[in-house]
Design a protein around this ligand. Structure first.
Ligand code: MN
Length: 195
């Protein structure tokens, strides 16, 4: 059975950028619901419990139709959020270094250009979804809880949740303020570790 992962920091640790109220609601309610509904779906087709989460998400079309939507939405939600918590840190922010910095600058010209393009694409997601940095340095978006590995892509280096539940309590309808704040908590060491 899948379990809600522990955060590596307190709900209030991201301070003014993302409040304790949002972190608690997002982690203990939203993510917990993805875990619970994903487990319920797997209970209906127990042989799927022997396959890795990444394998299920990468091969949705091979799953029984009865669970495809639940695995896509709730398995995807569990996968995305399990990473999202790790992409943030109270000691985050700043800029990447090393190979990641070089790859970003080679592709986008500067770190700031990359931030601007990622921000623009995050703001352009209509409704609920995510924005991702892929290992090939592409910036892509997905709807709902879809994740790049569902669409033939590699596992993302970095991702941003732009569902309203991720920011509404703090930022109301101002997704742009949330995205600008989020850059201050990005854990570039973890992002680099995924290259
Ligand atoms: Mn979310």
């Amino acid at each position: 059975m899948y379990k809600l992962p522990q955060l590596q920091y307190d709900y209030g640790a991201l301070g003014a950028y993302i409040s304790a109220d949002i972190m608690q609601l997002h982690h203990s309610k939203h993510h917990q619901t993805y875990v619970d509904k994903f487990n319920a779906a797997l209970d209906s087709v127990p042989e799927l419990k022997e396959r890795a989460l990444e394998d299920l998400l990468s091969n949705l079309g091979s799953l029984p139709e009865s669970v495809q939507t639940a695995v896509r939405n709730h398995g995807g939600g569990h996968y995305n959020h399990s990473l999202f918590w790790q992409w943030m840190s109270p000691t985050g922010g700043g800029e990447p270094t090393g190979a990641l910095a070089n790859a970003i600058i080679e592709r986008y010209g500067s770190f700031q250009n990359f931030v601007d393009e990622f921000t623009t694409k995050s703001l352009a997601v209509f409704g609920s979804g995510w924005c991702w940095l892929q290992p090939n340095m592409d910036i892509v978006t997905t709807a709902n809880q879809d994740t790049p590995i569902m669409h033939g892509g590699a596992a993302p280096l970095l991702g941003l949740d732009v569902w309203e539940h991720a920011y509404y309590l703090d930022y109301k309808n101002k997704r742009d303020d949330y995205v600008q704040a989020w850059w201050n908590v990005v854990d570039w060491e973890f992002v680099s570790s995924r290259m």
